[in-house]
Design a protein around this ligand. Structure first.
Ligand code: SAM
Length: 217
């Protein structure tokens, strides 16, 4: 089967069937070539229903999880979005299809460089990537209409919430290092509401407002 057919099957069998109906989100998943964001040896598994390794102990998330988090942001095409955890660049590419500008922070320099190269090849030009600790956000460009954290937070991401614009939305996995709750925060004036969506498992957010890095030995 060719990649375009596998991609359509991924959307129908993994994403639509689990309840995601926003046509612009579905179109982005039909369009972005996920196989270009995974290491070559995994190209043939790129459209399967699970995460995949991308090197350095990190992963590209399961397609449905990327779709669910994207859907929760309710993007309309005009937003400024902040992503924490660029990884392969796949989630950034999906966000770039649905918003005006994406800022993405990655802790591991080699992953950030690889993601930049892939996104240049795929023609996603409205994305800026920096290497750094995204647990404290990217204050230079705040406020953001939407924030997405693709690594697990040990507690509520306070700095990131502060960088949300009024009516902004933030989605993040919050919990222990083994299991988290995907949580949606919405800011309205001085109030921020919080909704628990589902259980999930992400690699850790390592940084000042994340987990401490593991010490070898
Ligand atoms: N969104 C990515 C994609 O589409 O491939 C998947 C992200 S992966 C599940 C989590 C990423 O968060 C890893 O690449 C990891 O290096 C990164 N990360 C962990 N702690 C971070 C931090 N404090 N700041 C920025 N990135 C961080």
């Amino acid at each position: 089967m060719d990649f375009a057919t596998l991609r359509d099957r991924m959307v129908d069998l993994q994403i639509v069937s689990r309840g995601i109906r926003n046509q612009s989100v579905l179109n982005a998943f039909r369009k972005v070539e996920r196989h270009r964001f995974v290491p070559k040896e995994f190209s043939n598994s790129a459209y399967n229903d699970h995460p995949l390794p991308i090197g350095y102990g990190q992963t590209i998330s399961q397609p449905y999880m990327v779709a669910l988090m994207t859907d929760l942001l309710n993007l309309t095409g005009v937003e400024k979005v902040l992503e924490i955890g660029t990884g392969s660049g796949y989630q950034a590419a999906i966000l770039s299809e649905l918003s005006n500008k994406v800022y993405s922070v990655e802790k591991i320099e080699s992953l950030a460089e690889k993601a930049k190269a892939t996104l240049k090849e795929t023609g996603h030009g409205n994305i800026e990537i920096i290497v750094g600790d995204g647990s404290v956000g990217w204050s230079d460009y705040a406020p953001f209409d939407a924030v997405i954290v693709t690594a697990s937070c040990p507690k509520e991401p306070i700095s990131l919430m502060r960088q949300l614009a009024d009516n902004g939305r933030l989605v993040a996995p919050v919990g222990s290092s083994f299991s988290q709750v995907l949580t949606l925060y919405k800011k309205k004036g001085k109030e921020t509401s919080r909704r628990e969506i589902c259980h999930c498992v992400f690699v850790p957010l390592i940084g000042k407002e994340g987990w401490e890095a593991e010490v070898d030995g």
